[in-house]
Design a protein around this ligand. Structure first.
Ligand code: KG4
Ligand code: ZN
Length: 336
C-alpha cells in the first residue's frame, strides 16, 4: 500500500495552522501561527480581527508547512480543511484557501469537522490506537463525551448545555484578573492555591446524565468574588483558581467514570485545548488506572488547535472514500 500524504488546514478560531501528515499518523510538519497576543488586548477572540489575520497569514503558513515537510503540492494526495464548527469568517478563510489550493493543484478536497479533528489527534500520538474507544473532547467551544465507533464515526453521549469547559476557564480567568487565554493562566495560578479552600458546585443536568453544565459554576465563582469584595476581604486568586479547576476536573472525571462503567470499553481518550490541563490529565489517568482502562492523551501541542489533527482526520475520511465538492461552505454550527 502506498503512503497517503495529506495537507491539513485549520483556521476556525485564533490559530492559523497547516500541517502535512502521512497515513494519518506520521507528522512531517505542523505549523501554527497563533493570534493569542493580538486578542489578549481585548480579553477574548475578536472574530473580525481573527478573519483578517488568517487572510494575512494563511499562504505563508501553508508554504512553511510544505517546506518543513520537504514536500511540494504535486506530492500530496489530498487537502483537508476544517469547515465547522467555529467562527464563520475565520472558517471561510481556510475553506476558500483550501478549495483554491486543491483546484489549482488538481487534488481531492475534504471538509473536516473540527471536533473530529480534535479526536483524531489521538491517532497521531498513539500509532496503535484503533476504534472503538470513548473520548472526552474539551475545548474553548465544545465539551463532548463521545463514543468513537469507527474512524470518523461517532455517537455523542453528552454535551454541554451552556458554556464549554474552556469557555468557563476563560470567563473565570477574566473575572479574577488573569486575562486571556484563561486555561493556562488558571492552571498556573492553581499550582499555588488550595483546591479545597472553596467549595464550588459540580452541576448535573436533570434526566441527561452525560450532559455538562458550567454556567452555574461560573456564576458561583462570580458570586463568591462579589461577596468577598463587598465584605472587604482580599480575594486569594490562587485559591479561587485551584478550587474552580478542581470543580471542573471533578465534573469531567465523574462523567468519564459513568461512561466507562456503562459502556465497558477498555480505551479512554481526551482531546481539545483543555485536555492539555495537567490536573485533568492526572485525574483521568488515575480514573483509568482504577478501572483498568488504557488512557490516551495527545501531547499538549496536539490538544490545542493545529493542522496535524485535521490532516489525520482527513486521512481516515480519504480512506473511507469521502470527497467534498468545491461548493462546500463554512458551517459555524456544524454538529459532530
Ligand atoms: O481546542 P482549542 O485550542 O480551541 C477550540 O477549539 O476552542 O481550545 C482552546 C481552549 C481555551 O478556552 C483555553 O483557555 C483552553 O482551551 N485551554 C486550557 C489549557 N490550555 C488551553 N484550559 C485549561 N488548562 C489549560 N492548560
Ligand atoms: Zn479546537
Amino acid at each position: 500500500m502506498s503512503d497517503i500524504k495529506i495537507l491539513g488546514i485549520e483556521s476556525s478560531c485564533d490559530e492559523t495552522a497547516a500541517a502535512v501528515v502521512v497515513n494519518g499518523r506520521e507528522v512531517l510538519s505542523n505549523e501554527i501561527s497563533t493570534q493569542i497576543p493580538i486578542h489578549t488586548l481585548y480579553g477574548g477572540v475578536v472574530p473580525e480581527i481573527a478573519s483578517r489575520k488568517h487572510v494575512e497569514r494563511i499562504t505563508q503558513v501553508v508554504d512553511l508547512a510544505l517546506k518543513q515537510a520537504g514536500t511540494t503540492a504535486d506530492e500530496l494526495d489530498a487537502v483537508a480543511v476544517t469547515y465547522g464548527p467555529g467562527l464563520v469568517g475565520p472558517l471561510l478563510v481556510g475553506v476558500s484557501f483550501a478549495k483554491a489550493f486543491a483546484y489549482a493543484n488538481d487534488l481531492p478536497f475534504i471538509g473536516i469537522n473540527h471536533i473530529s479533528g480534535h479526536i483524531s489527534a489521538n491517532y497521531i500520538e498513539d500509532k496503535d490506537l484503533k476504534p472503538p474507544f470513548l473520548c472526552l473532547v474539551v475545548s474553548g467551544g465544545h465539551t463532548h463525551l463521545v463514543r468513537v465507533i469507527d474512524y470518523g464515526r461517532y455517537e455523542v453521549l453528552g454535551r454541554t448545555v451552556d458554556d464549554a469547559a474552556g469557555e468557563a476557564f476563560d470567563k473565570v480567568a477574566r473575572a479574577i484578573g488573569l486575562g486571556y487565554p484563561g486555561g493556562p493562566k488558571i492552571e498556573k495560578a492553581a499550582k499555588d492555591g488550595d483546591p479545597d479552600s472553596i467549595e464550588f458546585p459540580r452541576a448535573k443536568v436533570a434526566d441527561h446524565p452525560y450532559d455538562f453544565s458550567f454556567s452555574g459554576l461560573k456564576s458561583a465563582v462570580l458570586n463568591y468574588l462579589n461577596h468577598q469584595r463587598m465584605a472587604g476581604v482580599t480575594v486569594n486568586t490562587n485559591n479561587v483558581a485551584a478550587s474552580f479547576q478542581k470543580a471542573v476536573v471533578g465534573a469531567l472525571t465523574d462523567h468519564a467514570e459513568m461512561a466507562i462503567d456503562q459502556f465497558g470499553m477498555d480505551k479512554f481518550a481526551i482531546a481539545g485545548g483543555v485536555a492539555s490541563n495537567g490536573a485533568l490529565r492526572a485525574s483521568i489517568e488515575a480514573l483509568c488506572q482504577r478501572k483498568g482502562v488504557k488512557f490516551y492523551r495527545p501531547a499538549p501541542i496536539l490538544c490545542t488547535d493545529n493542522g496535524a489533527m485535521i490532516a489525520a482526520a482527513g486521512y481516515f475520511e480519504f480512506e473511507n472514500g469521502v470527497r467534498s465538492g468545491l461548493n462546500l461552505n463554512a458551517e459555524p454550527s456544524l454538529a459532530l
